[in-house]
Design a protein around this ligand. Structure first.
Ligand code: NAX
Length: 331
């Protein structure tokens, strides 16, 4: 059997982590032959809760789980890790402006970037889930200059999974038969879920989703807004934010990055090179394929006028968030 890899989850006492630890420790993420040593980071007041998570992990008696280290010290948590799930962030409290939330969280990701830079493996793959995920990932990368910027990504896979699932239900096929839906831009309400290159397998033959749905008004309207507002709909129903599906998406993202996406496109927030007219040097979600531990932006897609407007709006938001975040970091 392979030697264990060290994997860190931050926000480990929180709700997403509660599902994510099992995804990782059961082999769903890194494969059934890869043992993992889990580093679990949370803040000091949460150490008691985290101890409960550690107890439950022990009680799962998982063959691939080589060990668990609960800690409140980022340098201990990030030491020698090959994969980092940065889930922990400050939740929005009542009366808090979006700006205040951004400021609080950007500071956390600056510190964590510095700690990763100091103690993590130089090939560590970092996935930021904590919001504002794209801008947090950018800041984290900026404060970890010894780690390649390609190794910092933000999660839009939950949005992709939601979009794929909506389309499959609309067409009436199993979700696995829809592929290549794209999420462009920011993981926020300006994101653009784009079905224009998606394909569906019906009766053994592939067909464009646009033709299978054949309802432009729906695809530009209700489809887009349902995906954009799905997080709020789950909160309204569950009185808590998406956690099971967020953990599954985080595991999907990291699995595809480590093990390859095959011929499917997946959406990942990555440091933009300006492809498709997106602003450069922001973390922008693009369609990518992954192999040998590297992602590559899918090239040569046509961008319609409608898509152009949507891409520009989400790009503008990311450029603004970046300026705000950089100003906070200078303080
Ligand atoms: P919880 O509030 O349940 O858990 C967050 C945990 O992070 C808490 O235990 C808290 O103590 C810990 N934490 C806070 N500051 C920390 C620090 N400096 N270091 C380590 N741990 C710290 O939130 P949960 O529902 O698990 O959500 C976590 C984050 O994911 C939130 O920012 C949320 O907005 C974000 N989401 C992102 C999604 C995405 O698609 N990118 C979707 C789901 C989710 O909403």
């Amino acid at each position: 059997q392979a030697a264990p890899i060290k994997v860190v989850i931050t926000g480990a006492a929180g709700q997403i982590a509660y599902s994510l630890v099992y995804q990782i420790a059961s082999g769903a993420c890194f494969g059934p032959d890869q043992p993992v040593f889990l580093h679990l980071l949370d803040i000091t007041p949460m150490m008691g809760v985290l101890e409960g998570v550690v107890m439950e992990l022990a009680d799962c008696a998982l063959p691939l789980l080589a060990g668990v280290l609960p800690t409140a010290n980022p340098e201990e948590a990030f030491k020698d890790v090959a994969a980092a799930f940065l889930v922990g962030a400050m939740p929005r409290k009542e009366g808090m402006e979006r700006k205040d939330l951004l400021a609080a969280n950007v500071r956390i990701f600056k510190e964590q970037g510095q700690a990763l830079d100091k103690v993590a493996r130089k090939d560590v793959k970092v996935l930021v889930v904590g919001n504002p995920a794209n801008t947090n990932a950018l800041i984290c990368s900026k404060y970890a200059p010894s780690i390649p910027k390609e190794n910092f990504t933000a999660m839009t896979r939950l949005d992709q999974n939601r979009a794929q699932s909506q389309l499959a239900a609309k067409i009436g096929v199993p979700v696995k038969d829809v592929k290549n839906v794209i999420i462009w831009g920011n993981h926020s309400s300006t994101q653009f879920p784009d079905p224009s290159n998606a394909v569906v397998t019906i009766g053994g033959a592939q067909k464009p989703v646009l033709a299978a749905v054949n309802d432009e008004e729906y695809l530009k309207g209700a489809f887009v807004s349902t995906v954009q507002k799905r997080g709020a709909a789950v909160i309204a129903a569950r009185k808590m934010s998406s956690a099971l599906s967020a953990a599954k998406a985080a595991s999907d993202h990291m699995r595809d990055w480590f093990l390859g996406s095959g011929d499917r496109w997946v959406s990942m927030g990555v440091v933009s090179d300006g492809s498709y007219g997106a602003p450069a040097d922001v973390v922008f979600s693009f369609p990518v394929t992954t192999s040998n531990g590297k992602w590559k932006i899918v090239e040569g897609l046509t961008v319609s006028d409608f898509a152009r407007q949507m891409l520009d709006a989400t790009g503008k938001e990311l450029a603004e968030e970046k300026e705000e975040a950089l100003a906070v970091c200078k303080d």
